[in-house]
Design a protein around this ligand. Structure first.
Ligand SMILES: Cc1cc2nc3c(=O)[nH]c(=O)nc-3n(C[C@H](O)[C@H](O)[C@H](O)COP(=O)(O)OP(=O)(O)OC[C@H]3O[C@@H](n4cnc5c(N)ncnc54)[C@H](O)[C@@H]3O)c2cc1C
Length: 299
């Protein structure tokens, strides 16, 4: 197996164009497991750890929002330590990944590359309407997170493309992430759910994990909740959320899922868990919004 370690992004793209079967490796926390178990034998490993710009993030201001451009190789530890206030949903999810060692090596780009339905980054990226910036020698394009996941452990990358960055608007309201596993740490999600309230444009974002062939949004639930908050004037009044709204939101989130029975849990349990997580995350997020208004979600 060849091992190539380009020092620049242009060189990495050139290698990927010349050898599309080259397997990118960043933190290696998925790749090394696959190699050790002989689940993969790529002809070439393309190590991206020398490319400095992949491992950094910066901020840019669009017409109506501030966004983070998160390099594909930024680790979970850095997301937690540096972006908890601006990307609270992703930081919450990052805190639940593996162990400190895995969080020191594992990256958001690697989670997207693996595209596991159980990957913890996907629900908050969906809820925040993130975009994935991918590149090849042919050019650069962005893919909406909801179009990125194309099947179980499959994504929208072409064979010559690499993930460059993740573009995520900074929070404009509370965000939440909830994950159920068979124990409290070092666990693959049995089911996960992320919620983002966007008071700036009065919309809702959701992301379901580990309960369908791909991570996915609960679009009907998003539409219902946004309309219910509008109709009751709750964005402005910041009044108590009627229990019927929370209940219906939970029901619609469950309806969007398509779980299976597997070693980690049954489809029925996953559906039940999703309904509970949807109701709880909404209760937490709304409590935060009532207390803090548009400043909610900080920290
Ligand atoms: C003990 C243990 C615990 C874990 N716990 C969790 C957990 O709780 N939650 C969770 O979601 N995951 C977990 N994982 C899985 C893994 O840590 C994550 O998926 C992590 O985000 C992978 O990042 P990485 O940088 O290590 O990826 P790598 O292993 O380097 O790569 C993963 C995949 O992405 C591809 N890839 C990497 N970078 C790029 C790029 N720039 N462009 C295109 N493709 C790329 C690789 O080719 C590979 O297919 C765990 C793994 C282990 C070993």
């Amino acid at each position: 197996m060849d091992f190539i370690q380009p020092a620049s992004w242009a060189d990495a793209l050139a290698v990927k164009a010349a050898t599309p079967s080259a397997l990118p490796v960043t933190g290696g926390t998925d790749v090394m497991v696959e190699l050790n178990f002989d689940a993969r034998r790529p002809e070439m490993l393309l190590d991206l750890t020398r490319i400095a710009e992949l491992a950094d993030w910066d901020t840019s201001t669009g017409t109506d929002h501030v966004q983070i451009r998160l390099g594909a190789a930024v680790t979970y530890t850095r997301v937690i330590g540096e972006l908890g206030e601006r990307l609270p949903g992703l930081a919450m999810a990052a805190r639940t990944v593996g162990s400190p060692q895995i969080r020191n090596r594992g990256t958001v780009g690697g989670n997207l590359g693996a595209a596991s339905p159980a990957g913890d980054c996907h629900p908050p990226l969906l809820a925040a309407a993130a975009e994935i910036e991918v590149a090849s020698v042919r050019g650069t394009r962005t893919i909406a997170a909801e179009d990125f996941y194309t099947g179980v452990k499959r994504n929208a990358l072409q064979p010559d493309e690499l993930i460059r960055a993740i573009l995520i608007k900074t929070r404009t309201g509370p965000q939440q992430f909830s994950k159920i596993g068979t124990r409290n740490a070092m666990v693959i999600a049995v089911a996960a759910f992320s919620l983002a309230l966007h008071p700036d444009n009065r919309t809702i974002g959701t992301g379901i994990g580990s309960a369908a062939p791909t991570p996915r949004r609960a679009k009907e639930a998003e539409r219902f909740l946004a309309a219910a908050l509008d109709e009751a004037g709750l964005w402005d009044s910041r009044g108590a959320l009627p229990a019927a709204i929370t209940r219906e939101f939970g029901r619609l989130v469950k309806q969007a899922a398509e779980p299976i029975d597997d070693v980690r849990g049954t489809a029925a349990y996953r559906l039940h868990a999703l309904g509970v997580m949807a109701a709880r995350t909404l209760t937490w997020a709304w409590h935060d919004y009532r207390q803090n208004g548009p400043a909610a979600g900080r920290g």
